[in-house]
Design a protein around this ligand. Sequence first.
Ligand code: ADP
Length: 191
Amino acid sequence: MHSPAFILWFTGLSGAGKSTIAAELARELTRRGLDFEVLDGDVVRENLSKGLGFGKADRDINVRRIGWVAGTLAKHGCIAIGAAISPYRAVRDEIRAQYPRFVEVHLKVPVEVCEARDVKGLYKKARAGELTGFTGVDDPYEEPLHPEVVCETHQETVAQSAAKILHACERLGYLSPGASPVADGASGAAR
Ligand code: ADP
C-alpha cells in the first residue's frame, strides 16, 4: 500500500499555460522517479467526458469527474495533476474539501495575453461568434481566492513557474526536497 499522494490542480483560462507547465512538471517528476498522471482537460473531454457540453452544469460535471479520478489516483500514491480551465470556484472548493491534500495553482494571465497566444485558434472563433460560452470571452472565470500558488505566465518562464509549484509542494510537505527542474540557463539553481 502506497502512502497517499496529492492533487495538483491547475486552473486558468485557455492558453494560460496549464498543459505547458504540466508537461514541464511531468519531466521533473519523471526525473525524480515519482509516479504521476496528468489529467488534461482536452483529453478528458475526448474520453471520460465525451458528449458533455460547455454550459455550467456540464462544466461542473466534467470538473467533478476529474476531481474524482484525481482523488482516486492520489489515494493510491500517484500524484494527480488536473489541468482543466475549471472556471467555477465552488466546484474547485468542493474537490478541495473532499481531498485535503490539494494544491491549487492559479495560472493568472490576462485574457488579452491568452487571446494573443490563441494556441488553438479558439479565441478567434469565439470573437467571431462561431463559438459561444467561451471562458473569458462570453462565459465567466472565477479566480481562486486562496490558491497555494499563483503563476503569472506572462511575467515568468515555464521553468520559473514549475520551480515555484515544486517548492510549494515541498513546503507543504507533499514532496521531498529535490533538485529543482532544469532552469533557464545553465545554473539549474532553485528560484
Ligand atoms: P492551456 O493548457 O492553459 O490552454 P497551453 O499550455 O496549451 O495553455 O498554452 C500556453 C501557451 O503559452 C503555449 O503556447 C506556451 O508555449 C505559451 N507560453 C509562453 N510563456 C509561457 C509560460 N511562462 N508558461 C506557460 N506557457 C507559456
